[in-house]
Design a protein around this ligand. Structure first.
Ligand SMILES: [Zn+2]
Length: 308
């Protein structure tokens, strides 16, 4: 069998009382209930057990479940780790280097906080389009982008996806970062630099995760969509992320790659093999099977797929 339920977490925080009550994330109380539910109904496994199962065909326990936390949020250190330790549970954490070491805010987080701070989505589409026009994008080009990218998914409506995709990867890198920072200042009223140290763990806090028996793996250096950059750029990004793992005291032997946005291609997998990775985890939504699945394309379920 060797089925493995991999659960993906992002924000876990007391949301209602926070500065960003509109943020889509998991309420801390719901997280605590979910941990109790998962530990009653599954065997929570360690990352080392998952690696042994994938690499050396060592069978997993029945109803194996692996907890994974993306993006290096400070709340993972502040709230998640203590709840795990209280229950004697293990989890894997995937902080992107640039957010932890360079105090930058990932575009994805700028975008979430912009989305949660605006009164409505029309306001954001209007603001985004006018920023684009100021920076030389034509009306007709914007129309084309809308037609191509405003496609709703299981989480978001068409306009929200349009804003996300434009700022995630449609606009050229420098321009989308500039516009995301402008819109962040406009809607959130904070500079991104001020915000970064509130949002992410410090290097020291990531080290403490490792010291407390948690697994820390790669989530890339710059949090790129790896399938949208060249193999050379991918190689540089992966190498930098491994240096970071070394700095925080995490293992770089049989390590785990958590692809930002789940995005990867054949070149990524070749590079991972070359640099000694054991596993790659994606955002494809289903239960994994370590006997039949490609270990570099493991699917995950979302926290929302379980009771909270
Ligand atoms: Zn991420």
């Amino acid at each position: 069998m060797n089925n493995l339920t991999i659960v993906m977490y992002h924000y876990v925080r007391p949301i209602k009382d926070s500065k960003f009550p509109g943020i889509k994330g998991l309420e801390l109380d719901g997280f605590k209930r979910q941990l109790d539910y998962l530990s009653e109904n599954f065997s929570i496994v360690t990352t080392e057990e998952v690696i042994s199962a994938a690499k050396y065909s060592k069978p997993l326990p029945e109803s194996a479940c692996w907890l994974t936390f993306d993006d290096g949020y400070k709340e993972h250190f502040e709230y998640v780790m203590p709840e795990l330790l209280k229950r004697n549970l293990h989890a894997a954490f995937f902080p992107p280097r640039v957010a932890i070491e360079e105090n930058q805010v990932l575009d994805v987080n700028l975008i979430h906080h912009i989305l949660s701070s605006a009164d409505n989505i029309d306001q954001l589409v209007t603001s985004l389009n006018s920023h684009c026009i100021v920076h030389g994008i034509s009306d007709s080009q914007l129309g084309e982008f809308y037609k191509e990218y405003a496609i709703p998914n299981r989480y978001d409506n068409a306009d929200t996806i349009y804003v996300k995709r434009m700022l995630q990867h449609v606009l050229p890198e420098q321009l989308r970062t500039t516009i995301a920072h402008e819109m962040f200042q406009e809607f959130v009223g904070l500079s991104a630099a001020e915000f970064s140290s509130e949002l992410y763990m410090s290097v020291e806090e990531v080290r403490e995760l490792v010291c407390n028996g948690m697994y820390v793996g790669s989530h890339g250096s710059m949090h790129y969509w790896l399938d949208k950059i060249t193999p050379e750029e991918q190689e540089k990004d992966i190498k930098q992320s491994l240096k970071f793992l070394d700095i925080v005291g995490a293992s770089t032997k049989d390590w785990v790659m958590c692809y930002p946005y789940g995005a990867h291609n054949d070149d990524t997998i070749e590079l991972l093999k070359r640099f000694g990775a054991a596993l790659g985890i994606t955002t494809e939504v289903r239960v994994a099977n370590l006997t039949t699945d490609n270990p570099f394309k493991l699917p995950r379920l979302n926290t929302n797929d379980f009771p909270q």
